[in-house]
Design a protein around this ligand. Structure first.
Ligand code: ATP
Length: 449
């Protein structure tokens, strides 16, 4: 039987069985608890209610897990928190799927003050606090990112060039900045140069500087980027685009530690560490004669590959929330977090433009979202029906339920009481099922006339 619950405006709907102390603690801190049965109850929230749903996975058989999975999927607009025990089979697909859609997970014995804090944050439209990144600017807790951090930490103190490779927008410059920050050069300048954006006739002068009168228009002496990074680090982005003559001078600098300004014959010592990045295949560029092999060897002493965003399990949501929080610090917007469907879409999208594309989509969504939870439409991401958590048998079951309901409604000429009697369910269940399947009774009845 379905229980239609009249909720207070602020409430925890607890699917499962809270211990007395757990319930008391929440009620005393202003969070009335409504205990709900996942097999028979809905969330029951009205517009404007502040409701947080708790998926209590500490007890429960497979049928409960299945119903819980469906319940979470059916209520994408509600923030969910999961409670698990050390015995909860976290590797089982149903549990994994539920946990993924929850904004926070607490393991028993539940730390009640932390749970209360999480509820307060969600109640204000925020998300539970997350741990700060342990490397400057580099957010992500996936295995791929942990391995990357380990390499960057190892390479930072060694005063050798690092070649950073990876697809566009993966965070090569962020990684270069982290190396600089973690190195003994941290207090000195970090100068980033996009080699692909330098005008070809000015590359040498931009990198190494020029003397007055070195060429038409050189009315004053100019210090180049490498010299201006003195004592610090220079980051040469898109190194594969560096013209061959500039490659020769860069090689000399790497071998001898000296530069020569354009129009001068004097060598100047420059204490600068070089980090370089590329998204092109440097071996191919060398084979094609576009890049000097000796320079490639010099730059490629230490090498890190930044993983594509699609290879970082679990990081997309973390990054998306990070960018949303950052956006909110400087702009007024309603959005505080992402609903279940949006988080699923974030996980499933292949992100060809990597983290940069994610930044752009999140910022756009933060501007257009009218709700506190960003939806799939706000992110302008496709919904992939084939990847719904209600997959396979479950989807077949849902679709059979819908078909049976529509057929019975038609047979009974949309008489809800008669339809309920024939299906052997309560009238309220007919209404609940119509809502669940997105069926507007009035419109259906009208269309059938
Ligand atoms: N791990 C990360 N944590 C936080 N922000 C990140 C991370 N990785 C990338 N970003 C952000 O994503 C955007 C793109 O990063 P970045 O410019 O470092 O990428 P890139 O690989 O150097 O790009 P390109 O190939 O175009 O030079 C930046 O806004 C950066 O701050």
């Amino acid at each position: 039987m379905v229980v239609a619950m009249a909720l207070p405006r602020r409430c925890v709907v607890w699917f499962g069985r809270p211990a007395g102390a757990e319930r008391d603690e929440l009620e005393h801190s202003g969070w009335p608890v409504r205990v709900a049965d996942v097999q028979a109850s809905g969330v029951g929230a009205r517009n404007g209610d502040v409701v947080v749903a708790l998926a209590d996975l500490r007890q429960g058989d497979d049928a409960t897990l299945q119903a819980m999975e469906g319940m979470v999927a059916e209520h994408p607009g509600v923030p969910w928190i999961a409670l698990v025990s050390p015995e909860t089979p976290a590797h089982e697909p149903r549990v994994t799927s539920i946990l993924r859609d929850c904004m926070a997970v607490f393991t028993s014995p539940i730390d009640l003050p932390r749970l209360r804090d999480a509820l307060d944050r969600l109640g204000q439209g925020g998300v539970p606090a997350r741990s700060k990144p342990d490397m400057p600017g580099l957010v992500g807790s996936s295995q791929a990112m942990q391995a990357l951090r380990t390499s960057l930490r190892k390479y930072a103190p060694v005063d050798l060039p690092v070649l950073i490779t990876g697809e566009t927008g993966t965070g090569k410059e962020v990684a270069a900045r982290a190396v600089h920050q973690l190195s003994p050069r941290a207090g000195r300048p970090f100068v980033a140069i996009n080699c692909g954006a330098l005008p070809s006739n000015l590359v040498q002068s931009e990198l190494f500087g020029h003397e007055r009168g070195a060429f038409t228009g050189a009315t004053t002496r100019r210090i180049g980027h490498i010299e201006s990074a003195c004592g610090g680090t220079v980051f040469l982005d898109e190194i594969g685009d560096l013209p061959l003559d500039a490659q020769t001078n860069l090689l000399r600098f790497l071998q001898e530690g000296t530069i020569v300004r354009v129009g001068s014959s004097q060598s100047l010592r420059a204490d600068v560490r070089v980090l370089a990045a590329t998204h092109v295949d440097m071996e191919k560029a060398v084979a094609a004669g576009r890049f000097r092999q000796d320079l490639y060897y010099r730059l490629n002493v230490l090498r890190v590959q930044i993983p594509a965003l699609r290879e970082r399990e679990g990081d997309v949501e973390l990054l998306a929330q990070h960018f949303l929080d950052g956006f909110r610090e400087h702009h007024d917007c309603h959005a505080r977090a992402f609903n279940v469907a949006a988080r699923r879409a974030l996980r499933e999208f292949p992100w060809p433009g990597n983290v940069r594309e994610l930044v752009n989509r999140v910022q756009r969504a933060a501007v257009v979202a009218d709700d506190t939870l960003i939806g799939v439409g706000d992110l302008d991401l496709p919904v992939r029906p084939g990847r719904s958590p209600v997959a396979g048998l479950d989807r077949a079951r849902v679709s059979a339920e819908r078909d049976a309901l529509v057929a019975c409604l038609r047979e009974t000429r949309f008489n809800v009481s008669e339809c309920a009697r024939r299906l052997g369910i309560a009238r309220v269940t007919v209404y609940r099922l119509c809502k669940k399947h997105g069926l507007a009774l009035d419109e259906l009845a009208q269309a059938a006339r």
